[in-house]
Design a protein around this ligand. Structure first.
Ligand SMILES: Nc1ncnc2c1ncn2[C@@H]1O[C@H](COP(=O)(O)OP(=O)(O)OP(=O)(O)O)[C@@H](O)[C@H]1O
Ligand SMILES: O=c1[nH]c(=O)c2[nH+]cn([C@@H]3O[C@H](COP(=O)(O)O)[C@@H](O)[C@H]3O)c2[nH]1
Ligand SMILES: NC(=O)CC[C@H](N)C(=O)O
Ligand SMILES: [Mg+2]
Length: 539
């Protein structure tokens, strides 16, 4: 079966635990070259593909510490170019008998690299820096540096305090740089990465979503065979919608989408998703109204983790029951011989690349802050095999894919919405009345954000219903009602986030509409917490 590595030239990035490792992957892909991140402990013999080049990432460790991570020395025998970045440079130097020490002048922040002219009369800079001039502003973050380069390497760049800021091997395509080309603070860093992967490794610029669609559809068809059926949970969010549309393009009605109305969706959401998927996108979708079941199980529950677990488990129950129904119909059809479509063998999951990166981190799983629920991921003992067409993609690649698949722009740009829905935005017990209040306030908030033309500048915005009451005055009478908190954040990847600064008049309009139009609310507040220390959702 065609694997992604047979179809696209691949750059292998070995992750030594830097905060920026995923950015190296991103930058390669921005050059339309497929790049994959694997833990630094990966042994070459366990990798089934041959990369066109290898990049060693930075790391919080020091190479000379006794428990620091090291690359499989076999990489230097593979015959492909290697670029070490920061710790990656130190690692390459250390493995090849150079010396690395703690330095007197730690560098955190901007630095100027001088690129050295090499080659005597026909002086020119190294291929890694070709066309970038003889000086470059870069961003550094290191406390160690090379005190002696390994034999057979020469200097191609230095700074005021780091004489070995960039090295190249005399005869092999091995390079190391002390600075971080992957961060935007190194303005020409992306070009440096381009020189390495395009000119030095010779990668073809094939990684475009246009190419990906065709190849992925062919791959899905091959996996499913002529009759296999696939089911998948869709929420109307970006990821599951794009995955569903791709499945539909590949196998048509043999893909069955299931949306669960859990009673804690946004205003009119189930209806809108139904129309969009069934009518506009032609995807075979069943909406299951399980709101009574969910709300009855949530009755009286205030604890956030308990809410999340109840919803996650109930999702599984509902989803499995629906899958069994589809399976029974398929079996019946098969028995009758009429248009036998085959058994339901596969489960679609909208896993994205950041989820994959998180799960393969060599540092082990990070602390559980919240139990994020993801329907497919919880179906452990279903006999279904997983199909994950978005597994290699970052969110903005998914959005681009969505646009190419003709999914309407407002949907593709939609803010994420968590699986446990409004249940984790109602801070007290969840019931139909509380859901209705929050749905109404949230829809006004989002409507006004759209009207003000701000929706696409904000990564995520939503309203939260607080379980406290405050005193107010309306029409000269005393009120004693609940409080709505508004949240809007800007974020790259939701690991960190900052609160969004609204123009005052937009907040004023939103506040006045919510208190006027939503019965039960007499006060609106705006959340000015960043993540960390807060999280994006309140529960
Ligand atoms: N109400 C729902 N009905 C069916 N499946 C759901 C529902 N809510 C969530 N899911 C499933 O859980 C998965 C994870 O949800 P998640 O919010 O991360 O992704 P998404 O909804 O597809 O996209 P986005 O992150 O843009 O909201 C979804 O892809 C979908 O498979
Ligand atoms: O599918 C999901 N299931 C969940 O259980 C869940 N909890 C939080 N989120 C979303 O994750 C991002 C980060 O949120 P937090 O800072 O609150 O963890 C934000 O985008 C949140 O909306 C979830 N998404
Ligand atoms: N960013 C890095 O890779 C740092 C490498 C090493 N920990 C140092 O301090 O020099
Ligand atoms: Mg969602």
């Amino acid at each position: 079966m065609a694997e992604i590595h047979d179809q696209f030239d691949t750059i292998l990035i070995l992750d030594f635990g830097s905060q920026y490792s995923h950015l190296i992957t991103r930058r390669c892909r921005e050059h339309e070259v497929y790049a994959e991140l694997l833990p630094c402990t990966t042994q070459l013999k366990d990798i089934k593909f041959k990369p066109k080049g290898i990049i060693l990432s930075g790391s919080p460790y020091s190479v000379y510490d006794k428990d620091s991570p090291h690359a499989d020395p076999a990489i230097y025998e593979l015959g492909v170019p290697i670029l070490g970045i920061c710790y990656g440079l130190q690692e390459m130097a250390w493995q090849m008998k150079g010396t690395v020490d703690k330095c007197d002048h730690r560098e955190y922040g901007f630095a100027q690299v001088q690129m050295t002219q090499i080659g005597g009369d026909n002086a020119s800079v190294d291929a890694l820096f070709e066309g970038l001039g003889d000086e470059m502003q870069v961003w550094m973050s290191h406390g160690d540096q090379l005190s002696a380069p390994p034999p057979d390497f020469h200097v191609i760049g230095y700074t005021a305090t780091a004489p070995y800021a960039a090295l190249a091997h005399n005869s092999k395509p091995f390079y190391g740089i002390q600075f971080h080309p992957e961060v935007t603070h190194s303005p020409r860093g992306k070009e440096v990465i381009g020189r390495f992967i395009l000119n030095i490794c010779g990668c073809q610029k094939h990684w475009t979503m246009q190419e990906f669609i065709g190849k992925e559809i062919a791959r899905i068809r091959e996996i499913c065979g002529p009759a296999g059926r696939v089911i998948g949970a869709v929420s109307g969010g970006v990821d599951s919608t794009v995955a569903a549309k791709l499945m539909h393009e590949a196998i048509g009605d043999r893909f069955h989408a299931i949306m669960v109305d859990n009673g804690v969706l946004r205003l009119n959401e189930a209806k809108q998703v139904d129309e969009m998927l069934n009518k506009d996108l032609g995807v075979n979708l069943t909406v299951v109204d399980a709101s009574d079941l969910f709300l009855s199980r949530l009755e009286g529950i205030e604890d956030p983790e308990q809410k999340r677990k109840i919803i996650g488990n109930t999702f599984i129950n509902v989803f499995e029951a629906e899958a069994a129904k589809i399976e029974a119909v398929a079996a019946e059809e098969e028995k009758n011989g009429a248009a036998a479509k085959g058994r339901v063998e596969w489960l679609l999951q909208g896993t994205l690349y950041p989820d994959v990166i998180e799960s393969i981190s060599f540092k082990g799983p990070s602390a559980t802050i919240k139990t994020h629920h993801n329907v497919g991921g919880l179906l452990k003992d279903m006999k279904l095999k997983l199909i994950e067409p978005l597994r290699e993609l970052f969110k903005d690649e998914v959005r681009l894919l969505g646009r190419l698949l003709d999914i309407p722009a407002p949907l593709v740009q939609r803010h994420p919405f968590p699986g446990p829905g409004l249940a984790i935005r109602i801070l007290g017990p969840v019931n139909r009345e509380q859901v209705a209040i929050l749905q109404h306030a949230d829809s006004i908030y989002i409507e006004e954000i759209r009207k003000a033309g701000l929706y696409d500048q904000i990564a995520q915005a939503f309203a939260v219903l607080l379980p406290v009451k405050a005193v107010g005055v309306m029409g000269d009478a005393r009120t004693y009602e609940q409080v709505i908190a508004l949240r809007a954040v800007q974020s790259e990847d939701f690991m960190t986030a900052d609160w969004y600064v609204f123009p005052a008049e937009v907040l004023r309009r939103i506040s006045s509409r919510i208190t006027n139009e939503v019965a039960g609310i007499n006060r609106v507040t705006y959340d000015i917490s960043s993540k960390p220390p807060a999280t994006v959702e309140w529960l």
